[in-house]
Write a protein that binds this ligand. Sequence first.
Ligand code: NDP
Length: 273
Amino acid sequence: MRINGATELYGIMGNPVAHSLSPAMHNGAFAALGLNKAYLPFAVQDVGQAMTGLRALGIRGVSVTIPHKEAVIPYLDTIDPVAKKIGAVNTLLISNGAIHGANTDWLGANRALSEKISLKGASVLLLGAGGSAKAIGFGLLEAGASLTIASRSPEKGRALAGLLGCPWLPLAEAATARADALVNATSLGMAPQQELLPIAREALANFGVVMDIVYAPLATRLLQAAGQTGCRTIDGLAMLLYQGAAQFELWTGRQAPVEVMRQSLLTSLGCNP
Ligand code: NDP
């Protein structure tokens, strides 16, 4: 990458951001298409000041991650309608000092699932009631799927199910459900909880497709057990990749070089030789 007087700047704002895989993924994509753009990590504490800074410095696009996905919303000039429903923004597009907010997490999840299942009319059991579950839940409704939420905490789970207009189950009863697809949007399976399954192994035969959004490790216990049961599986890299591809396309208007981005992510995760 050559930085010069015409280089356009992009980045990720969150706190912390040092662990983020997005700089490798987006810089790899910019380089592959020969674009004079660079992408940096921004560790941000004060969101209001950061938003003023983005405008003032002419930064073109920003990914937003934890804990700022909701806090950026009051500072936007315009917001995408689905991001507004979700109540969280993971992508900023900045043009002539105006900031537009969008959410590509749901687009990434839907694209990942759509490689294995047609979502229109499909039934989905969604595990978890955190930030990712919310984006995935709204996205599945956009795609015409029918949902059930199962989560550990009844308050959060019932509140999300109420927003989505769908049934809620305690996580401990998730094994009683049947659906075309199961999506794990809890952090069970992620280090340091990598030995834990979010649902009983015996119940996996109740689902045709199993997607785990946890990507560290990539081959989670859940996906290993689902594969052994005969389910079609989707790992957490797919959602991460496709939400990034959707960001790239919003920022550049060009088709994202998905294979290049996938390899950058795999290398960052230590999965490439
Ligand atoms: P949140 O903290 O917002 O939500 C975490 C969810 O996991 C909550 O519903 C929480 O339950 C549940 N949970 C955590 N520990 C347990 C446990 N021991 N037993 C039962 N439930 C548990 O996190 P996010 O939604 O942001 O992220 C969730 C996971 O998804 C993380 O592993 C993250 O790395 C991954 N992720 C992957 C992405 C991708 O693109 N592949 C994108 C974003 C996140 P409760 O409601 O009861 O607290």
